[in-house]
Design a protein around this ligand. Structure first.
Ligand code: BES
Ligand code: MN
Ligand code: ZN
Length: 508
């Protein structure tokens, strides 16, 4: 049985589709390539059958050390005897005790990335019946995500999506869910990879409208005039240095069977489509990757789109603040005092600390909607990368119970997060001599925390988690599953968070 699933990010130029064959015989499966997963402890599960069909070849290669099962090692056997596929790709997933969902996401991503180096009609992935549904979902997500690279503007593509992706010995519903999760990641990655002259506040809002149409989300787009009426003077101050007009986009999803008592999650994203630093200008080197400064907004959009396509029974609102931080003659200046929508006055000490100024207003807009909790994602501080490196997001909260849910959700899908403190003594670091607060701390130390402290002032007392994705949002080196560029950081965690909140009672 084969069925086509909703690929809501699919454009006309992409024709890939995904299906599940729950009871297919992998040895007789005709495909350009068949992907199988190998543990470093040796052959097990579905590999036993494959090995038998090949007359014990895999076992022999493993014993000779040609196959190791080391994580993300990809070994291809061409025209394998006894199998109907043209190529068997064996991807390593490491020790069986450490095969969590994130490893399977990376492994099938690595296999998909490798195989997408050439056009292929049909690629099969062989599931292991002992995997949990969650593991299988993430493995499928990786197989969808991994075929997309940084080819948007290349005349000769380095990667081509498969015409057909087929998951063998996997339940249809799980494959469908995994593919929807993969589409969300792919969407976020594509937006991050778009050059800033093509993706700016207005065009980001148009992309959001297109996606909202495909998955059936209600969408509000606030233009300059509306932002002025709403007194979003902080966001507008940042936008003033650019010829591109700012936007706030709000998307609403109401899950099936939800009522007014159902939990309502707000996802907020920093959408600085390019961060030059403003008058506190960045160096050329520091500016190069700053098209990625809308990755938080991309994560919020990717996540709500997938949550809607998955029909998770929960309310979600996604709100993104879209601006370009530039140096035009009307740019906001050091020493300026801006009055945020909440009435709080902010003295500007550094125009490069613009993300928190934008989010001050977006968080206030969202707080008006009285959600049960707010999560924001932002490429907020270089200081967070100094603290945690490139691959780990910093998380900050005013509510430990919700933060624990997010932490567990992230861990379960293999995204790395680490909580940083929000102790009271940091509050005074953003006090200003002339306004309520200033937009930087005293000096650079603890910079990720002082940034979070500013945001905290705008969420009133609503349970809130801030995720600083300055490190993980953008890969400047390739990794097994990704060519480089946007990673779709936090999309999978946010989807998993929504799932868990939908089925959980929290003591507040
Ligand atoms: N968008 C940057 C943070 C960033 C840096 C993201 C590197 C991804 C990679 C943010 O707007 C910024 O410039 N932050 C300043 C704050 C400082 C002026 C207090 C920083 O981290 O240097
Ligand atoms: Mn900046
Ligand atoms: Zn920024």
């Amino acid at each position: 049985m084969s069925s086509e699933f909703l690929n809501y990010t699919q454009t006309n130029s992409e024709t890939s589709d995904i299906s599940a064959e729950p009871s297919a015989d992998p040895a007789h499966f005709k495909a350009d390539a068949l992907v199988v997963f190998l543990e470093s402890d040796g052959l097990r599960g579905p590999l036993i059958e494959i090995d038998k069909s090949t007359g014990g070849l895999l076992q022999q290669l493993f014993q000779q050390g040609e196959l190791t099962g080391k994580r993300y090692e990809c070994i291809s056997l061409y025209a394998p005897n006894g199998l109907a596929c043209k190529q068997l790709l064996i991807v390593g997933i490491g020790s069986c005790e450490e095969v969590h969902a994130g490893v399977l996401y990376e492994a099938s991503g690595a296999a998909a990335r490798r195989l997408s180096g050439q056009p292929r009609a049909t690629v099969g992935f062989l599931a292991d019946g002992t995997w949990s549904n969650e593991k299988l979902e993430q493995a499928v997500a990786g197989s969808i995500m991994g075929v997309a690279g940084q080819d948007l503007y290349r005349s000769e593509k380095h990667q081509t999506p498969f015409e057909k992706t087929v998951w063998l010995q996997a339940p249809v519903e799980v494959v469908q869910r995994g593919s929807i999760i993969g589409e969300g990641v792919k969407l976020a990655r594509r937006l991050v990879n778009m050059p800033p002259d093509d993706l700016y506040p207005e065009t980001f809002a148009e992309e959001a409208a297109t996606i909202a149409g495909r998955v059936g989300l209600e969408i509000e787009i606030w233009d300059q005039a509306r932002l002025e009426r709403e007194r979003c003077q902080a966001l507008l101050a940042v936008a003033r240095g650019s010829t591109r007009a700012p936007r706030i986009v709000l998307m609403h999803y109401r899950g099936p069977g939800c009522n007014d008592a159902s939990p309502r999650v707000a996802l907020v994203g920093k959408g600085v489509t390019f961060d030059s630093g403003g008058l506190s200008l960045k160096t050329s080197e520091g500016m190069l990757a700053m098209k990625c400064d809308m990755a938080g907004a991309a994560a919020a959009l990717g996540a709500i789109a997938s949550i809607a396509a998955l029909k998770i029974p929960i309310h979600v609102v996604a709100a993104v603040g879209l601006v370009e931080n530039m140096t035009g003659g009307n740019a906001y200046k050091l020493g300026d005092v801006v009055t945020a929508r909440s009435g709080t006055t902010i003295e500007i000490h550094n125009t490069d600390a613009e993300g928190r100024v934008v989010l001050a207003d977006v968080l206030d807009v969202v707080a008006d909607l009285k959600p049960s909790c707010i999560i924001d994602a932002a490429t907020l501080t270089g200081a967070c990368m100094v603290a945690l490196g490139r691959d780990i997001a910093g998380i900050f909260t005013n509510n430990q119970a919700y933060c624990d849910v997010l932490e567990n959700a992230a861990t379960s899908v293999g995204e790395r997060v680490w909580q940083l403190p929000m102790d009271k003594d940091f509050d005074s670091q953003i006090f200003s001599d002339v306004a309520d607060i200033k937009n930087v701390g005293d000096g650079r130390l603890g910079g990720a925390i002082t940034a979070a402290k500013l945001l905290e002032r705008f969420v009133r007392n609503i349970p809130w988690i801030h995720v600083d994705i300055a490190g993980p949002a953008f890969a400047d080196k390739p990794r097994p599953s990704i060519a480089g560029g946007g990673t779709g950081s936090m999309v999978r965690s946010f989807i998993e968070f929504a799932k868990r909140i939908a089925s959980l009672k929290l003591d507040e």
